[in-house]
Design a protein around this ligand. Structure first.
Ligand SMILES: [Zn+2]
Length: 245
């Protein structure tokens, strides 16, 4: 695999390696759990592992942003003291993916803020067009929404968490980032239609928003508590322990 990164990305990855004392390693795979994602972080005690999906080409800027994003997940664990998941042996692959998505909905808000502070855009070029598409879908009602998100996974629980996470990530951008009026308008509309058209899912989203508002998710301990509370809320806390390095 040939990796030809810009000097900005090389500098950022070097900084992460220096501050975490871990090498960043890349590998290729087209099995990343949720269809259509380009890169994924995977915990490893010694390295920061990033898997790239080369079947899903994106612009160089988006690819680089995505790599910076995934590397920052490692930074959260190995430098900032965020927690990671430790599964019981009998936990299924589906369950692990679901738990991972709960981690993501909290930690992505933190990760995107850090990459923004390091000169990368907080979201890729596809994000807002995707949200606009999701607004249209939402207006068609809950069942259409479910089959839309169902395209990304065959697991119903993962599909539900995915829907909720789209709302939480959008809410996070409005709450914690300085967006242009045009960007805010799109994201705000998604939040509104989500509430109106997906009432069953919004019920969970609203509880998660409340948890996040009560704590400071940028603080590793609070962030971890919020993740745990969400897992409990979904009755998903049994097969996993949240541990720190
Ligand atoms: Zn992420």
């Amino acid at each position: 695999m040939k990796l030809d990164f810009s000097s900005k990305l090389r500098r950022y990855l070097k900084k992460i390696e220096a501050e975490t004392g871990r090498h960043i390693k890349f590998r290729e795979s087209n099995e990343l759990g949720i269809k259509s994602i380009t890169a994924a972080y995977q915990y490893h005690p010694k390295y920061i592992l990033i898997t790239l999906n080369t079947d899903y080409p994106r612009s160089r800027d988006d690819m680089e942003r995505s790599i910076a994003h995934e590397a920052t997940h490692g930074y959260l664990i190995h430098r900032l003291g965020f927690c990671r998941s430790l599964y019981t042996q009998d936990s299924t692959e589906d369950y692990r993916k679901e738990v991972q998505l709960v981690f993501t909905m909290v930690e992505d808000i933190v990760v995107n803020k850090i990459i923004e502070d390091n000169g990368f855009p907080p979201f890729g070029h596809e994000y807002l067009p995707m949200v606009q598409e999701e607004i249209k879908i939402a207006k068609m009602g809950e069942e259409v929404g479910e089959s839309f998100y169902g395209r990304f996974t065959d697991d119903y629980r993962l599909e539900a968490i995915l829907m909720i996470s789209r709302h939480i990530i959008a809410w996070g951008f409005l709450k914690y980032y300085s967006l242009s009026p045009e960007q805010s308008e799109i994201i705000n509309e998604f939040i509104e239609v989500f509430k109106t058209y997906y009432p069953d899912y919004y019920e969970f989203s609203a509880q998660i928003v409340k948890l996040m508002e009560e704590k400071d998710i940028f603080n590793p301990r609070d962030g971890c508590d919020v993740i745990y509370e969400i897992l409990k809320m979904f009755k998903m806390d049994v097969g996993v322990r949240l541990v720190r390095e």
